[in-house]
Ligand binder design. Sequence first.
Ligand code: FES
Length: 170
Amino acid sequence: MKTKSADAELGSLLDWVEGMRKRVREIAREWEGREGNLIMILHAIQNEFGYVPRGVANELAREMGISMARIYEVITFYHYFRLTPPGSHTVQVCMGTACYLKGAEKLHGELERQLKLMEASGVRKGEFHVENVRCIGCCGMAPAVVMDGDTHGRLCPDAVKDILKRKRGK
Ligand code: FES
């Protein structure tokens, strides 16, 4: 026998699906017939949902009359698109020329190392979403990292640990 809370959960899931379908339809229609529209639609979907969930991609394929393979071809070609939910924190490591020359790769390596250690000590995997980006426009502060929208510059690998700790409020 289903409980009331199971009914409520099912109800809210169905509401979410209905809302998602409506939103996908609206986005697809907004870009209908325009050149390169699949990329723009996927941008809009990622802005809306934070990533491109499989169910949403499926709905989009149905709405546009195209295959899932075509959608995944675009998603996997452009690094910008995400197939999994973003972490609570986003860390963007600048890999532009100035940052690269001043040790961005070492920063990235230390970041990955620190996150592995944090996960081993119980921090949820995926709490920090790390991505490499091109020049973020502050080459004078190279090497630079943007953490949840805040830019940190002239970083040495040792500073990465402190930034992560501060982010977690520890
Ligand atoms: S190359 Fe990193 S800010 Fe320009």
